[in-house]
Design a protein around this ligand. Structure first.
Ligand code: ZN
Length: 231
């Protein structure tokens, strides 16, 4: 599945959260580019298990990996991923953006990642954001990413491309892509649960969406297999 992106010795930087989407993107990038690096942001997330997942996955993929600290989000408050007294959502219907929305998160991650890439002459960034089948985070939308790419390239006088291989895939299609690019084994180490649990809680919105994706794709979730062995 090599594409027109890679004419020369192409190198990509993948924003790796330790979740299933960015892990799929990491293995996608390994197929698309000659060299791949990964970057993870320690943004004060309540669940440090995400950082352990990212470390383990980068190791499995055999890519260089940096964790950069951005400790401002928890000070801004107001979301359940960095503030412990706000509950995470269940899978029930709700109006508006869920409490897991961290305003500005992807904009800042991608901007820092772009600066990191710039310093290393990397022109391709890969992120697992997706418009389909998600919680409606506005910073995951195609038009946001296009606008940010333009702003970054204007502001840095660069020619950075932001790749979003999952943008139009639903969860089941993402699972199928993960299999195609050889990411399923690493999927056992990914972290998705909003409650930060291993074995995953199975009830939060993130667990429910993940479960549905694997069921619809027709594969067993390697994370659940690992969890079953661990108890
Ligand atoms: Zn959960």
């Amino acid at each position: 599945m090599r594409s027109a992106y890679n004419e020369l010795m192409a190198e990509a930087l993948v924003v790796l959260s330790g979740g299933q989407d960015s892990t799929t993107c990491l293995f996608w990038a390994l197929q698309q580019f000659d060299k791949v690096k990964a970057i993870t942001f320690d943004y004060g997330q309540r669940h440090r298990i995400e950082l352990d997942s990212a470390r383990k996955i980068a190791e499995l993929a055999n890519v260089r990996h940096r964790i950069l600290a951005i400790d401002t989000f928890s000070a801004l408050g107001g979301n359940s991923l960095t503030t412990s007294d706000i509950p995470v959502p269940t899978d029930e219907e709700q109006d508006g953006l869920p409490s897991t929305f961290v305003p500005g998160r992807n904009l800042i991650f991608l901007t820092f990642a772009a600066a990191y890439a710039y310093q290393r002459n990397i022109q391709d960034l890969v992120t697992g954001v997706c418009e389909t089948d998600y919680s409606g985070y506005p910073d995951c939308r195609q038009n946001t990413v296009e606008a940010l790419q333009l702003a970054i390239n204007l502001g840095m006088e660069s020619h950075l491309r932001i790749h979003t291989p999952l943008m139009w895939l639903n969860k089941a299609q993402t699972v199928i892509l993960a299999k195609e690019v050889g990411a399923l084994d690493a999927m056992a180490w990914t972290h998705t649960c909003y409650n930060g649990q291993f074995p995953p809680c199975g009830d939060c919105a993130a667990c429910v969406i993940r479960k549905r994706g694997f069921e619809e794709a027709g594969f067993e979730d390697p994370l659940l297999r690992r969890a079953a062995k661990s108890v």
